[in-house]
Design a protein around this ligand. Structure first.
Ligand SMILES: C[C@@](CO)(OP(=O)(O)O)[C@H](O)COP(=O)(O)OP(=O)(O)OC[C@H]1O[C@@H](n2ccc(N)nc2=O)[C@H](O)[C@@H]1O
Ligand SMILES: Nc1ncnc2c1ncn2[C@@H]1O[C@H](COP(=O)(O)OP(=O)(O)O)[C@@H](O)[C@H]1O
Length: 284
């Protein structure tokens, strides 16, 4: 495609992520937590469309209930790229929101990463991948992973990324009927922050856990109930700071059967791992 003619980028995917495990190994003086986690990209997520504007205005065309435009990570990402590059172009942005908010699936972060990647292309601002990831980190600790664009072992606050080669897998993802604010879980006094660091090569489901899960379950019993339900079929755990939980299953058929039997209080989806972010080729 000749980028000189680009005025619109439609249906740009913003995939969900899972944290296959999440260990809290310390805390920085600024309060942010030092983590070890394995990020996995899924084939399921939000979709965004961008229409070029020449008047410099960044407008969110679709509504996101409970999130004013000024707070929306999509609008903040677009404005950040504008101010960083001095670009005078703008965009109308539509978000087809499919991922549950505050679900630990990284929806807001993924929307922000897709916005940075797509507008960097539409506006031809030429910011390279590493710089784009550093910009993204200003918006949220998960954003650099989505710009990195493939499964990763992450350290630091989640921004020091190394590629992970994992076999393809099917998952069932379940959203209990609660929204968990990330900040509440990290701020909890009872959170353990001293898990021994592991080596990237030691990573296995049986020897890892999600350190945030106990805190989230004690405050939101709906999460524990959903884990108990899903654990009938396969080992189940929480992703990120919750509330969503997941289990790896043997096949798409198994995933569909489990999804179909999900209790009415929860929502459930099947999802498959993907090797790379659908927009990875747009990142230099
Ligand atoms: C827990 C994780 C795991 O992947 O994901 P989610 O469950 O949010 O998807 C991430 O670390 C979340 O990343 P993200 O959702 O981008 O969080 P941010 O907006 O950067 O941070 C929200 C708040 O969580 C706390 N926070 C976040 C990350 C971190 N390493 N230590 C922290 O203490 C801080 O109090 C921060 O103000
Ligand atoms: N585009 C967006 N999509 C989702 N949430 C957003 C967005 N912009 C801002 N937010 C705020 O970020 C919070 C965390 O959202 P999200 O990324 O979906 O969850 P999590 O960090 O648990 O994966 C939301 O509760 C919402 O207040």
């Amino acid at each position: 495609m000749d980028t000189a003619e680009l005025t619109r980028l439609a249906d740009c995917p913003a995939p969900a992520k899972l944290n296959l495990f999440l260990h809290v190994i310390g805390r920085r003086p600024d309060g942010y937590h030092l983590l070890q986690t394995a990020f996995r990209l899924l084939d399921w997520g939000d979709a965004l469309s961008f229409e070029l504007r020449h008047d410099g205005v960044v407008a969110r065309v679709t509504d996101l209930p409970g999130v004013p435009a000024e707070h929306d990570l999509v609008v903040r990402a677009a404005r950040l790229l504008q101010s960083y590059t001095g670009c005078r172009l703008g965009a109308d942005i539509c978000v087809d929101k499919r991922l549950p908010m505050g679900g630990g699936l990284g929806g807001g972060s993924s929307d922000a990463a897709t916005t940075l990647i797509a507008l960097n292309r539409l506006w031809r601002t030429g910011v390279r991948g590493e710089e784009l990831a550093a910009l993204g980190l200003r918006l949220g600790a998960d954003v650099p992973f989505f710009i990195f664009g493939r499964d990763a072992f992450a350290e630091g606050v989640g921004d020091e990324l190394r590629p992970l080669d994992l076999p393809p897998a099917w998952y069932v993802v379940v959203a209990p009927p609660v929204t968990v604010p990330t900040v509440e879980i990290f701020a909890a006094q009872e959170l353990t922050r001293n898990t021994e660091p592991i080596k990237i090569t030691d990573f296995a489901t049986s020897t890892t856990r999600n350190d945030l899960q106990a805190v989230a379950c004690s405050r939101y019993p709906e999460i524990g109930a959903a884990i108990d339900w899903l654990a009938q079929f396969a080992p189940a755990r929480m992703t990120g700071s919750g509330a969503c939980i997941f289990a790896q299953v043997a096949s798409e058929d198994d995933a569909e059967r489990i999804v179909a039997s999900c209790p009415g209080s929860c929502r459930a989806w099947k999802a498959r791992s993907v090797m790379q972010h659908p927009l990875r080729d747009w990142v230099d």
